[in-house]
Design a protein around this ligand. Structure first.
Ligand code: ATP
Length: 580
């Protein structure tokens, strides 16, 4: 039972124990509900006795008053413990579940995030956790508790009179049979509803994120029509799912009620034939009229219990996803990065890199160039172990990076990406992300080096200005310069620059290039660049095409050959001569 509940509902040890306690107390509540029935039957028995036996006494009112008060106290105590045990433990478990998931998400490699989108993950952490919270507090203990209490009462009834006992019992397997048979259908329709809802949510999120482009291209109407369609599909899927659930649940509830009818039929037959007495018949009638109440109410929760299988599986998928691990302590002889026979694909059978071999040496700038989509950024990501290669090895200072813990590996890297991520915080804190221990003075020094000082001083609160969600109040170039300031602050031995100066105007870019050349001295630098002039002084240029290295050398060597490098340089020179 313990292991079944633990695995089935993906609970912690404490959560499983609390659930079992909750189930036990819920069944106790249902059994306590039968206490007034017992008192009532006792009273009827005593009331009828004077009519049957002349020497009997009239029942004592005080005795029944005391029994009623005791019953109320017992019911209050059991309810109190059930409520506090179930609810407090559920919310504690839920809190721990969210923390555990967040911790796991922190450790997961980018390959995981490449397969899932943000709204899906948000929905797991918020909506899915909330649905489990509700099921564990309002459905599971109550349903299991009502099954246990009903079985106990039925066993007691069977020992009293097996024929009438069976008349009460038969409805249980039939009613549950209907629910169990319907499980597959209910789970499928719930999954379809969930998917349709997620599609609509994703579209809403996408709409907010891309509102500028949607307006600029005048596609609001098309976009809204598409959203309307998705909302419609979601609504229909919800109605269908609710309807199917209601059909099965009400049918099995109706069957449960038939138990009372069969008790009346069989009981009156037994009474007429003198095979039972009136009090026993009365006990069965009153008990059967109350017995199914908790169970019938909880049948509605069965759909909820079925539906939590989906969020539990989604959470298990995160929990079981293989994390990148490795040693935290390691010695590096140098900071050379060596790619040895590297092949990589984001999607199965769609290789992005094929047999890549090169070394980015410490103290040198290694530039990656090639047409769009040839795999330049992917090489930079693999160098930092954001993804693990399918084949081959990447060495940092003669250590296979596959065997180094990603977090401790990244301490050696400064990465400036094409897409800068900024937080809704002050400029000071956004730069300090480069080095959490840096003082304000150090942050400001880094900002100066990255040519941020001028624009920051023009902001209302200077370094304390809050820059909005993802730095929405800054220009592309300003955002990029902040990310470069972070890099200055981190000052680590390896620098990966992925189109680092892409959003800058020529004047700014020239200045930043000067600053970057200071930053990268004696470091291992890998630059991904489109503009040829930004890499003309690189020590080594790797020219890629369709995931292969097709040329390698410095710019002088490559210009002397008739290859892609020369061709790209000529094309870029031509484009610089264009005018509108
Ligand atoms: N997260 C991802 N999931 C699936 N495919 C991806 C992912 N990232 C990149 N790709 C694909 O891998 C290929 C190489 O992408 P990559 O970003 O490395 O190219 P790139 O040379 O840096 O391109 P660009 O110069 O346009 O930035 C492309 O076809 C791209 O569509």
């Amino acid at each position: 039972m313990y292991n079944y509940l633990k695995n089935k509902f993906a609970l912690s040890n404490i959560g499983t124990k609390s659930l079992i306690k909750g189930i036990f107390l819920s069944s106790l509540i249902n059994l306590c509900m039968m206490l007034p029935v017992g008192i009532f039957i006792m009273m009827i028995n005593e009331l009828l006795n004077p009519l049957i036996q002349s020497n009997s006494q009239f029942p004592s009112i005080l005795k029944y008053l005391t029994l009623i008060i005791i019953t109320l106290i017992i019911m209050f105590i059991v309810n109190y413990f059930q409520y506090s045990s179930v609810y407090i433990s559920t919310y504690n478990e839920s809190e721990n579940r969210r923390i555990k998931l967040a911790e796991k998400l922190r450790e997961l490699p980018l390959s995981f995030f490449g397969k899932r989108n943000v709204s899906d993950l948000t929905s797991i952490l918020l909506a899915d956790c909330a649905s489990l919270e509700h099921a564990f507090s309002h459905a599971i203990p109550q349903l299991f508790g009502s099954i246990i209490s009903t079985i106990i009462i039925i066993i007691a009834l069977i020992t009293m009179n097996w024929k009438m006992g069976l008349a009460v019992l038969w409805v249980l397997p039939v009613s549950f049979g209907i629910i169990i048979i319907s499980k597959k259908i209910q789970t499928r329709t719930k999954a379809l509803h969930k998917k349709a809802k997620l599609d609509a949510t994703e579209q809403i999120q996408e709409c907010f994120e891309n509102i500028q482009d949607i307006k600029a291209y005048n596609i609001t109407k098309n976009y809204m029509n598409d959203l309307d369609r998705k909302l419609d599909i979601s609504e229909k899927a919800q109605i269908k799912s609710e309807f199917i659930m209601a059909t099965f649940v009400t049918s099995s509830q109706a069957i449960l009620r038939l138990g009372l009818v069969t008790v009346v039929l069989i009981g009156s037959n037994l009474l007429i034939n003198g095979q039972t007495d009136f009090i026993t018949y009365l006990i069965f009638l009153i008990t059967a009229s109350r017995l199914y109440d908790p169970l019938s109410g909880n049948l509605e929760n069965i759909a909820e219990i079925f539906s939590i299988e989906l969020p539990i599986n989604r959470m298990k998928e995160i929990e079981n996803y293989k994390i990148q691990n490795g040693k935290k302590e390691y010695e590096l002889k140098n900071f050379d990065i060596k790619f040895e026979n590297i092949s990589f694909s984001y999607k199965k059978d769609e290789p992005v890199l094929k047999n890549i071999n090169f070394t980015a040496k410490q103290g040198e700038v290694t530039a990656l160039i090639g047409p769009s989509g040839c795999g330049k950024s992917t090489i930079a990501k693999l160098a930092a172990r954001f993804w693990d290669p399918d084949d081959g090895k990447i060495f940092l200072g003669e250590n296979d990076i596959n065997k180094i813990d990603p977090e401790s590996l990244l301490k050696n890297y400064t990465i400036v990406f094409q897409d800068v991520t900024l937080f809704n915080d002050s400029i000071l804190e956004n730069i300090r992300i480069g080095n959490r221990n840096a003082s304000d003075q150090e942050v400001k020094k880094a900002a100066k080096l990255a040519m941020c000082d001028d624009f920051i001083n023009k902001l209302p609160d200077k370094y304390n200005t809050i820059i909005g969600e993802n730095g929405s109040s800054l220009s592309g170039g300003e955002r990029q310069r902040i990310s470069i300031a972070r890099a200055f602050l981190k000052n680590s031995p390896i620098v990966l620059l992925d189109e680092a100066t892409a959003s800058l105007d020529v004047e700014n870019e020239t200045q930043i290039q000067k600053a970057i050349s200071k930053l990268i001295q004696n470091k291992t630098v890998i630059v991904v660049a489109h503009r040829m002039r930004t890499i003309e002084n690189a020590d080594k240029i790797i020219v890629l095409d369709d995931g292969h290295i097709i040329q390698e050398g410095n710019s002088k060597e490559l210009l002397n050959k008739n290859g892609l490098f020369k061709h790209m340089l000529e094309l870029q020179n031509q484009s610089m001569e264009w005018s509108l």
